[in-house]
Design a binder for this molecule. Structure first.
Ligand SMILES: Nc1ncnc2c1ncn2[C@@H]1O[C@H](COP(=O)(O)OP(=O)(O)OP(=O)(O)O)[C@@H](O)[C@H]1O
Ligand SMILES: [Mg+2]
Length: 382
């Protein structure tokens, strides 16, 4: 096991495209770190730089305190599991798992005990004689993980290892991987574009955008205190709603006034900020600002409701479509200013009919961002 550090790492591919731009991260011994971000943001490239499968253009990668920029991949003592498991088709599961050890001339009895221990851990003992072509995707995935485990590496690198599995198997295998890490405590870097997978697996999640880290924190910290609008939009389902507008001072309160978009004719929403929020953004009155509301922070207004929503401001939304999900339902609506929003509300006996309805906003959980895709979160204490 080992610490993995990246310091100011850049990757410029031949042709000049800069896929990783000044990436710095210290991963503690035994930590499970998830790199998450949209397609093309540089997750795989970063992993390949750690593995040694790509040359580092600038900066330093170290594993266990040793700089490995010039170290051959096979001497870095790490194991990588890819999305395509790349098992050898003509070899049994046993031989697939034993192969790397055999190349290293590990004595046969030791290979056998390591392969059998890994197989037991992964529940694939009965598959050991079978070839990959005769296994399900989930079974092949476990063999691929087994092949990484037997090497007893300093670190595991996973690149979207669950994306070939169906939704149900993905959830159970995800839990198995987490349990496995709790058991082996091997330093792990795990890549996914699935924010839910990132949230559930990581000790820490690293949100990337165009080759750069936007935020690296515990999953709940990233969810509750997103550093900027991009992070806020990427983490959480359904994604956070964003309303463009400006702040105005009204007496001692600061009020968010929604700008009208897409040719909407009605006046925009007016939502007072809390006293605490007002104090933080008072100097920004008159300036453009983005209000961020998670779908869970909107509730249909009902006179009898007694919860944290009771005291919040009421907004009227034009409901277009309602999707029942069981315990909850997603309400797709439009604001008077023409912004599309989603509210995730507790399910009721009947769906909310299309038309204008009042919703309560839990403003204590709202976020305010500077304008733009990477606009910083103005309510964070820094
Ligand atoms: N060999 C290459 N030569 C030039 N550009 C490349 C090369 N490999 C990747 N890129 C570019 O670098 C960027 C990052 O690619 P990378 O594969 O790291 O993204 P990713 O975050 O893993 O995306 P995905 O979620 O789709 O797997 C992309 O814009 C990609 O087109
Ligand atoms: Mg990738």
């Amino acid at each position: 096991m080992a610490q993995v550090s990246l310091s100011n790492v850049r990757k410029i591919y031949p042709g000049g495209f800069e896929a990783v731009r000044g990436f710095s991260l210290d991963i503690a011994d035994g930590e499970f770190v998830v790199l998450v971000g949209p397609s093309g943001c540089g997750k795989t490239t970063t992993l390949r730089l750690v593995a040694g499968l790509e040359d580092i253009s600038e900066g330093q990668v170290s594993i266990g305190g040793r700089v490995v920029n010039e170290v051959h991949p096979k001497d870095r003592d790490i194991a990588m599991v890819f999305q395509k498991y790349a098992l050898y088709p003509h070899m049994s599961a046993y031989k697939n798992m034993a192969f790397a050890l055999k190349l290293r001339k590990v004595p046969k009895p030791e290979i056998d005990s390591r392969v059998r221990a890994a197989a037991a851990m992964l529940g694939i003992e009965e598959l050991l004689d079978r070839k990959p072509g005769k296994m399900s995707g989930g079974q092949q995935q476990r063999v691929a993980v087994g092949r990484a485990i037997v090497r007893n590496p300093k670190a595991f690198l996973f690149d979207e290892p669950l994306s070939n599995l169906d939704a149900k198997l993905r959830v159970t295998t995800r839990a198995e991987l987490k349990a496995l890490h709790q058991r082996l405590k091997t330093t792990t870097i795990y890549v996914t574009h699935d924010q839910e997978e990132a949230m559930t697996l990581g000790d820490r999640i690293v949100v990337m955008h165009k080759g750069q880290i936007q935020q690296a924190d515990s999953p709940l910290e990233v969810y509750r205190h997103p550093a900027n609008r991009f992070v806020a939009s990427f983490i959480g389902t359904p994604p956070m709603n964003f309303l463009e507008g400006e702040l105005v001072q009204e007496g001692s309160a600061v009020v968010f006034i929604e700008h009208t978009a897409n040719g909407a004719t009605g006046a925009g929403l007016r939502i007072p900020l809390t006293a605490e929020q007002s104090a933080k953004v008072r100097m920004r009155t008159g300036q453009a600002i983005t209000l961020g509301l998670r779908p869970q922070m909107l509730r249909e207004a009902s006179p009898g409701a007694r919860d944290r929503f009771e005291a919040g401001p009421v907004v009227s939304l034009e409901v277009r479509v309602v999707e029942p999900l069981g315990e909850t339902m997603d309400v797709f609506a439009t604001t008077p200013g023409g912004h599309k929003v989603v509210a995730r509300v507790p399910a009721k006996q009947s769906l909310i009919p299309a038309g204008v309805h009042n919703f309560v906003v839990d403003m204590t959980q709202a976020h305010l961002f500077e304008p733009g895709e990477l606009g910083v979160n103005l309510l964070l204490d820094r």
